[in-house]
Design a protein around this ligand. Structure first.
Ligand code: G3P
Length: 215
């Protein structure tokens, strides 16, 4: 089980990276927009910080444009996995790019069958969106669990990234469901780190240590 950070904010990435728990970063156009910087500038800076996989998403939904964008993104760093949306054009692009040796993360996966098709087309990663499925009353983790079981039993090499993670319980459930990776917002990573009893314990040890007689 690995953890990726789901953000385009380089301060968050630097902080989390210093903890030694990160294996990669995932971004999407909505996350890059929040940074108010150019797409390529952000991706290049992330690549200079993180020693792991970095997912950068194409903006186009048309095959020819996706291929062009994907090659441009992949040329920024050998750490890049190009994020391609799940669609007929996306599957064609995934197939072509993976044959060219470009890693693809198929995103916007909402069913097991979409995950299966993406894996068969050559995806390095598939990203089921757990939180967005939960939002509409469908247990998102079921897609992760079924995909993980089937991929394992057929020996698929495609890794499952549990995405759209909203809280620490999602991370635990993703691990138990067999996800290879959970990509988490920085806020969730911080929530994973903290526990009120740890904070109380640290405070008590600090206070008691002040009363230990000096030798
Ligand atoms: O990176 C894609 C995914 O994690 C988006 O999450 O919270 O916008 O559904 P969310």
């Amino acid at each position: 089980m690995k953890i990726f950070l789901d953000t385009a904010n380089v301060d968050e990435i630097r902080r989390a990276n210093s903890w030694g728990v990160l294996s990669g970063v995932t971004t999407n156009p909505s996350l890059v927009l929040k940074e108010k910087r150019s797409y390529e500038e952000v991706i290049k800076e992330i690549a200079s910080i993180v020693d792991g996989s970095i997912s950068a998403e194409v903006i186009s939904s048309q095959y020819d444009e996706m291929i062009k964008e994907a090659h441009r993104l992949a040329s920024l760093s050998d750490k890049i996995a190009v994020k391609i949306p799940m669609s007929e054009e996306g599957l064609r692009a995934t197939h072509a790019l993976s044959r060219d040796g470009i890693k693809v993360n198929v995103t916007l996966i909402f069913s097991f069958n979409q995950a299966l098709l993406a894996a068969l087309a050559g995806a390095t990663y598939v990203s089921p969106f757990v939180g967005r499925l939960d939002d509409i009353g469908n247990p998102g983790m079921d897609v992760v669990r079924t995909s993980a079981e089937v991929f394992r039993s057929y020996g698929f090499r495609t890794e499952i990234i549990a995405a759209s993670i909203r809280h620490p319980v999602h991370v635990m459930e993703a691990a138990m469901a067999g996800a290879h990776i959970a990509t988490v917002p920085f806020k969730v990573l911080e929530q994973m780190l903290h526990h009120p009893l740890t904070d109380i314990g640290i405070k008590r040890f600090e206070e008691d240590s002040r009363h230990i007689p000096k030798s």
